[in-house]
Ligand binder design. Structure first.
Ligand SMILES: C[S@@+](CC[C@H](N)C(=O)[O-])C[C@H]1O[C@@H](n2cnc3c(N)ncnc32)[C@H](O)[C@@H]1O
Length: 127
């Protein structure tokens, strides 16, 4: 297992968050601030809920939304999955990872090309 397989970038709230020079700082045991900006990445490699086992598809049946219901901090929203189409019993749940190819690197800092094989006729062979 690669250590980045369970990363989930949270939100895109740049317009709400003033830019600051931030060094990496642990916030909770399974999340950390990225050095390059003020957004957060959830690291679900060690523990998390069933959401971390949802695979990528180019024709997903779920969409991920950032929501807040018990606090107002837009930097750390809850990630919730909603059906984006009708889902049949026993159908695999999937969402689109939206990996931007220039932003996924391996642990040595090399550009990582993750090959997707979701089986969708729309599959572009990457996540
Ligand atoms: C969040 S995990 C998803 C759950 C994972 N398949 C598991 O069994 O624990 C993300 C990893 O699953 C694999 N994966 C997810 N969707 C994929 C797809 N459509 N094609 C190939 N690998 C996929 C990749 O290794 C990816 O880094």
């Amino acid at each position: 297992m690669d250590y980045d397989e369970y990363f989930f970038d949270v939100g895109n709230y740049n317009k709400y968050i003033p830019k600051r020079k931030v060094v990496s700082s642990k916030v909770e045991s399974n999340s950390f601030k990225r050095k390059d900006d003020d957004r957060f990445t959830i690291d679900a490699a060690i523990y998390g809920n069933v959401g971390r086992f949802i695979n990528h598809s180019c024709s997903p049946n779920l969409c991920a939304q950032n929501l807040m219901y018990d606090h107002g901090d837009k930097k750390v929203p809850y990630i919730m999955f909603f059906a984006s189409k009708s889902i049949s019993p026993l159908e695999e749940l999937t969402y689109h990872y939206n990996h931007r190819i220039v932003h996924v690197h391996d642990t040595n800092g090399n550009l990582k090309r993750e090959k997707g094989r979701c089986g969708s006729h729309k599959c572009n062979r990457r996540m």
